[in-house]
Design a protein around this ligand. Structure first.
Ligand SMILES: *[C@@H]1O[C@H](CO)[C@@H](O)[C@H](O)[C@H]1NC(C)=O
Ligand SMILES: *[C@@H]1O[C@H](CO)[C@@H](O)[C@H](O)[C@H]1NC(C)=O
Ligand SMILES: [Ca+2]
Ligand SMILES: [Ca+2]
Length: 314
């Protein structure tokens, strides 16, 4: 079975810059390798973020090509874990997974000091609540478009699941599970529950076809069903609703939003090999990678780039 992202990837490769249909997706697939659209007909931004991580990709975007290539050469040596001078799909996959983990780690680090207001190295539910909902709690009667009571009780419920020792205080690991639940086995049920609550408009505890399609519209004033609706209807009855009772239960929703049989890092590794393996032996030499450096990393000729040259481990 072909997943939406792979499908886009296949279509984009075949049809060049065909425009993907506007449609909201619920599929988590852990932390995405990149939030950018994967359309190599337009640019390689998705690949850059998947390969480098989102922060590092920005740095490379501002480097002159020579410097970008030089750094890529250093990275290639790091990826080649058995030091045989060839990069395999597996080595690439490990590298991409690490870029993803680094991104999660950085994002937790980045938010940490905002919430740990008493600087004790842990974040209590009280601290999180004060920082996130403080102004609402000070003045709960203000009318807003959001239901903060609802959002807060959802957050608290998720916080309690992430907080494994039940002291209502999150350490780094617990807070990471709270912010990035997709990565954690014990958080899967709560992710499914939150998703189902969002989509299950009639509150019967299941997602029926109407609710499933209705949730995907990004705009409300649509006169005619867009093209993707027909294929999503088919997806629903053929693949999502496995026991064919016309609706999705918890397990079926889990399979949908957190599919266990599709690995984005693996798909991206295959894609990068496919794009740059000139002699088609299934492995990449450093030269093959450097020849296609624009696929792996970004670069621009700018003066600003020079300022970054003497920075970090390079
Ligand atoms: C949360 O805010 C309240 C009211 O401003 C304050 O009394 C309380 O100490 C704060 N709690 C924490 C843990 O920061
Ligand atoms: C907001 O959410 C709370 C808790 O989920 C609910 O009891 C309340 O009715 C909601 N308020 C509005 C205005 O929807
Ligand atoms: Ca329902
Ligand atoms: Ca079903």
């Amino acid at each position: 079975m072909i997943r939406p992202l792979l499908m886009c990837f296949v279509l984009c490769v075949v049809f060049g810059s065909s425009k993907p249909t506007e449609r909201k997706s619920r599929v988590h697939d852990e932390e995405p390798l990149s939030h950018l659209e994967h359309d190599d007909g337009k640019n390689y931004d998705y690949d850059h973020e998947a390969f480098l991580g989102q922060e590092e990709a920005k740095t490379f975007d501002n480097l002159p090509p020579q410097e970008s290539k030089r750094r890529l050469g250093i990275i290639v040596d790091k990826i080649d874990s058995n030091k045989d001078g060839l990069i395999t799909e597996d080595e690439l996959k490990v590298w991409i997974k690490n870029a993803q983990k680094r991104h999660i780690f950085n994002s937790v680090e980045h938010q940490w000091k905002d919430f740990d207001t008493n600087n004790d190295g842990r974040i209590s539910w009280e601290e999180y609540k004060n920082v996130t909902y403080g102004s609402y709690l000070d003045d709960p009667d203000t009318n807003t478009e959001y239901n903060y009571t609802h959002m807060m009780s959802r957050d608290e419920r998720r916080f309690r699941v992430a907080d494994r020792n039940g002291d209502l205080i999150a350490d780094k690991e617990e807070f990471t599970a709270f912010l990035h639940p997709e990565e954690h086995e014990h958080m899967k049920d709560i992710v499914v529950q939150e998703t189902m609550e969002d989509i299950d408009k009639n509150g019967d505890g299941f997602i029926d076809l109407k609710e499933y399609i209705g949730d995907m519209y990004t705009s409300e004033d649509v006169e005619e069903d867009p093209e993707w609706v027909a294929s999503e209807r088919q997806q629903f009855s053929e693949f999502r609703d496995k026991n064919k009772d016309g609706k999705m239960d918890k397990e079926e929703t889990l399979d949908w939003i957190l599919p266990s049989d599709y690995d984005h890092a693996e798909a991206e590794a295959k894609h990068l090999v496919h794009e740059s393996d000139v002699n088609k032996d299934g492995k990449l030499t450093k030269q093959e990678i450097l020849d296609k450096y624009d696929v792996f990393v970004g670069s621009q000729v700018t003066d600003f780039g020079e300022a970054l040259l003497r920075h970090d481990e390079f």
